[in-house]
Every structure is written in structure tokens, then in C-alpha cells.
Design a protein around this ligand. Sequence first.
Ligand SMILES: NC(=O)c1ccc[n+]([C@@H]2O[C@H](COP(=O)([O-])OP(=O)(O)OC[C@H]3O[C@@H](n4cnc5c(N)ncnc54)[C@H](O)[C@@H]3O)[C@@H](O)[C@H]2O)c1
Length: 348
Amino acid sequence: MSVFTHVDFDQHEQVVYAHDAKTGLKAIIAIHNTHLGPAMGGCRMWAYAHDDDALTDALRLARGMTYKNAVAQLPIGGGKTVIIGNAKTDKSPELFQALGEAIQRLGGRYITAEDVGTSPADMREVNKTTRFVLGTSQENGDPSPFTALGCFVGAQAAIQHRLGRSDFEGLTVALQGLGHVGWHYAQQLHDAGAKLIVTDIDTAILERAKTELKADVVAPDAIYDVDADIYAPCALGATINAGTLGRLKCKIIAGAANNQLKTAALGADLRDKGILYAPDFVINAGGIIKVCYDYLGKSLADVDSHVRRIHHTLLEVFERADHAGQSTSVIADQMAEARFKQQETCTA
Ligand SMILES: NC(=O)c1ccc[n+]([C@@H]2O[C@H](COP(=O)([O-])OP(=O)(O)OC[C@H]3O[C@@H](n4cnc5c(N)ncnc54)[C@H](O)[C@@H]3O)[C@@H](O)[C@H]2O)c1
């Protein structure tokens, strides 16, 4: 498993393999780019089938954080940690303390937070051995409501651009994944008058959605066939792929999941189909804005107004894409690169 020849290696500055025999910690910390500031990105815990899958995830997610943070105008770079392990059975306080020691050794070049499979409680264990961790507060540590707010204002930008309207009244949203982000997002869409068609693999949450959000429920795989104005992927990555592209009937894709496009070329395919794609790392930046503002010691009011700017950023992405005849994903990449590459030149 070579890093430098790995297909997802993209000039990452540092890749650390952290192992601790006593606690069973096996983690990869990938620092992609620190030109705008210390690399920031969450810590994912997942039962990867192969170590190589973990490396792929770490490299891709760290790169994604650089792009997300740059386009959100945050003074931070991009990085990510993945722990190889089952989040239900392999956790221990000592394991997260050992991870904290590995992060501490990086001297502040990388700052972690919670992500899929980890929680504020886990981050409090990390915090026992390093100060380079955020999102440790039980009351205030969850960034998901801010990610959901960013998705909501992002979807508003998308309907304005694609449908020429500013309200959700009577629009149909096919939403996949009613987890931390998806539930909050669904609530806001419901409150704004949208009709929800939802899916999840957790049947209890679907029952709640039926009663509390008046949502219709479909089986997980049926969500791609739903006749909806908006498809909102809020579960896994890569749900837009060769198998689902032909099935999607929506006019807009606006959801929270990371790495929604299985391959970069799908951005152009969506454009050809007349589907307006809100690039994932632009629309789902609300959580990292919250985490970064905690780091900078700013108020929740500041967080709220920064997250709401996702609306304007997306309108700029859509307009530039139309003007250039390019996909929105290509334009979003260019906007991010213009920021962190300009900074590279300044610091060279
Ligand atoms: N939490 C954040 O602030 C944040 C920020 C940026 C991006 N994201 C991304 O948004 C997505 C959701 O994050 P989250 O924190 O809400 O995660 P979560 O684990 O709380 O929620 C995911 C939900 O998706 C459901 N799910 C899993 N597989 C499914 C399938 N095949 N079909 C339908 N539903 C399925 C799960 O049961 C769960 O309810 C992830 O891709 C995450 O990387 C989250």
C-alpha cells in the first residue's frame, strides 16, 4: 500500500499511521494542505474491510476538507483522521486518549473533531491528551444543526436559480438518511411547506418522520426513482453513480453527504441532464464553520450569519457554471483552488 502512487494522493503534506498496541488503536491522519491555516477535519471510525480502504477514505476526505474550508472562506486547511474499527464494539476511553497523543505529536498542524462513528464524548477523551480537538461539549458540540441550516439555505439558492422561486411550498423533496443532519434538514423543509418522501435503514426514525413530518416513506433503494423536485442525499457518499444517474428524476440535488459523486465526470453528466447539483463541499460546510468558529472563539450569532452565506456562495457557483458552460462541481473546485493556491503563492 503505497501512499505516493495511490490514485487519491494529491500532494498531501503528511500522512501519519498511528498505532497503539495497548489500546488497539489503528488510525490514519491525513493532512492535505495547511496553507490557509492548521488542517481541520473530523475523526471517522469505521470498520473498513481493508486498510487500503481506510487510506483511500483518509486521503479523499482530507482533500475534501481543504476544498470545503477554502470555499467557505475559513482560515484553516484540510485534514482528516480515520480510525479502523467498529464504532459499536471497539471503542474505549484509552483508545481515544492514544489518538490524542498521536495528534498532540503533530504540534497543532492538525485539529480534530467528531465525525461519523465518533461523538463529543469520544472527543472529550481525545482532549485528555491533546488540546488540538474541538466539539467536546455535550450541549454545544454537535455541528449537525449548522450543517442542516447550510443545506437549507443552499437548497433555497438552488430553487431560486433552477426554478425561479424562493419558497418550498408544494415542492417535493426525496431525502435519504434521517440522521443527525438529515433530520434537522427535513424539519426545516417540512416547516417551509415542502412535501417529504424519505428513506433510511433505521425503521424507528421512519415512523417518527411519518407522524412528525407527515413524510411518505420508501425503501432505501427506491429513493432514486422518486419523482421529486429535489434529491437530498444525507446518508452515504457516491450515491450519484452510473447505476443511479439514469433513475434520478429530480431537478436539483442538494444534500449533506460528503463525496456524493462517485466520479468527477458525473458533474458534467448531471448538467447534461438538466439537474442542478449543489456541490457537496459547498452546501455541507455549516458544521465545519461552527467548529472553526469555536476554535476562533466567535459567537453563535457569527456562526449563524457565516453559515447563511452558503446561499450566496452557491448562487455564485451556479451563475459562474452557467456562464462558463461548465459543471457546478468543476466551478466549485476552481473557486476553492483559487483561494488556497493563491495563498500557497503568497507563502512560497
Ligand atoms: N454531521 C455533520 O455536521 C456533517 C457535516 C458535513 C457532512 N456530513 C455528511 O452528511 C452525511 C450524514 O451525516 P450525519 O452526521 O447525519 O450522519 P448520521 O450517521 O447521523 O446519519 C446518517 C443516516 O443515514 C442512514 N443511512 C445509512 N445508510 C443508509 C442507506 N443505505 N439508505 C438510507 N439511509 C441510510 C442512517 O441510518 C442514519 O440515519 C454523512 O455523509 C456525513 O459525512 C455531516
